[in-house]
Design a protein around this ligand. Structure first.
Ligand code: LRH
Ligand code: MN
Ligand code: MN
Length: 426
């Protein structure tokens, strides 16, 4: 299914006046604080977040999965779904492929689909956390860290194959997330696991084209519950440094122990020029992969404050690769992703509204209460009219979820693909 610009425009008509009134009111009050509203709207319109190919069907848990109906059965259909989200939000201009869950068969057709939906291929993700059919070696006891040379070689070769697939599509980066670790004390040797991982990552790094980047993701636990080899940002940072200039740390919001100060991690990495990528989601307990901003929107705003600062003042850090890494157990995946995109844009807009000059003065004067007031007054502003304006400027929907429902997208997908279709790769 394709969502046409003209259908979106006619659906927008219903709320256009309401939007304009709210926008004018907000723009006037922001202009009084000498905020350049056009610039803000432009930045929002240009902020694009990749959708992972694995997020378009119902996720589920190890206890079960409830299919949503109309799920995309092929990579082409997944791209159509991202196309729907992008048409409505104008914020999802990229797709991130997981290999081998989504190996393209016809590259030309896939590239054409991408062009049709105005999508680019973001980082490709390798998978050495599952054994593949007919694979010679097992990853049961690890992949890049395995004590077996043959298993490590296979895992390195898989990453090289993934790079080759990415090259054919125009991707420019590889994200490596390792499940490697141990379940019980004494099961393995920490030092040799880390050393093997470093050596393997270097081999992968050295086989990347020169304009590619390597993103190293970390996670404290799961699927291993005693120790994970790349457990935290420090380990990832160390490995990225060992690999070279084009290796970076990737921060996934769900990959932290409760109450970790993620904004401080972001600031540290950007100062050192090593924040390469970002996976957005939200969590209450662990790697819950919930809708972005559904649990801790204030924390997301504080993280964006550091991202905005870093993007402005840390030329040593590349522009990070943004991706949503959420899973959808209950909601329509497309509605869920739209909500995540909205939450990201909201946090970004609010962070840009913080009066940094005033904040620096208050910090220098050690006026702690004022520092808090400055930060929180930006957070309290309802920025949704700015987001609407940014979407409108690019032909998107004023209210993406409402338009999605009005245009009966899910109903059409169910008609096209059936009620019991299951997303490929899951
Ligand atoms: C691991 C992870 C990683 C994987 C994805 C499926 O928890 O965040 O990014 O590639 O989930
Ligand atoms: Mn992730
Ligand atoms: Mn995760």
């Amino acid at each position: 299914m394709i969502v046409n610009k003209s259908d979106i425009a006619s659906d927008n008509q219903k709320s256009l006046q309401d939007h304009q009134d709210k926008f004018d009111f907000l723009a006037n009050s922001l202009a009084k604080s000498e905020i350049n509203v056009d610039d803000l709207v432009n930045k929002l319109a240009n902020f694009q977040v990749a959708i992972p190919s694995w997020a378009l069907g119902a996720g589920g848990t190890r206890f079960g999965r409830f299919s949503y109906g109309g799920e995309p059965g092929t990579l082409e259909q997944k791209m159509d779904d991202v196309g729907v989200i992008h048409s409505l939000t104008q914020t999802a201009g990229a797709i991130s492929l997981h290999i081998p869950w989504d190996i393209p068969t016809d590259y030309e057709a896939i590239k054409q689909k991408a062009a049709q939906h105005d999508l680019i291929f973001d980082a490709v993700n390798s998978n050495t956390f599952q054994d593949q059919k007919d694979a010679k070696e097992s990853y049961r006891y690890g992949s890049l860290s395995n004590t077996s040379d043959a298993a490590r070689d296979q895992a390195v070769q898989h990453n090289i194959d993934v790079i080759k697939i990415g090259e054919k599509l125009g991707s420019k980066s590889l994200t490596v997330w390792l499940a490697d670790g141990i379940n019980f004390p004494g099961q393995g040797n920490f030092q040799s696991a880390l050393q093997h991982t470093e050596d393997s990552l270097k081999k992968i790094y050295n086989s990347m084209p020169e304009d590619w980047s390597l993103f190293i993701e970390y996670k404290p636990y799961e699927p291993n519950f005693y120790s994970t080899v790349i457990q935290d940002w420090g380990t990832s940072f160390m490995l990225a440094n060992a690999c070279g200039d084009r290796a970076y740390t990737l921060v996934d919001l769900g990959h932290h122990l409760p109450n970790t100060n993620i904004e401080q991690i972001v600031a540290t990495l950007m100062l050192k020029g090593k924040l390469g990528g970002f996976h957005f989601n939200d969590s209450k307990y662990g790697d819950d992969d919930l809708t972005v901003g559904s649990i801790k929107p204030y924390a997301l705003f504080l993280i964006f404050n550091e991202l905005v600062q870093g993007m402005q003042h840390n030329p040593q850090n590349p522009y990070p690769a943004w991706m949503i890494d959420a899973s959808h157990n209950i909601k329509d995946p497309l509605e869920d992703l739209i909500q995540s995109l909205e939450a990201i844009q909201e946090a970004y807009a609010k962070a840009m509204l913080i009066d940094q000059n005033k904040l620096r003065e208050a910090q220098a004067a050690h006026d702690v209460a004022l520092c808090q007031e400055i930060i929180q007054s930006a957070y309290r502003i309802d920025v949704r009219p700015l987001l609407e304006k940014a979407r409108l400027a690019r032909g998107g929907a004023l209210s993406p979820i409402q338009t999605y429902r009005n245009l009966k997208v899910r109903e059409t997908l169910i008609k096209e693909r059936g009620l019991h279709s299951v997303a490929s790769g899951l």
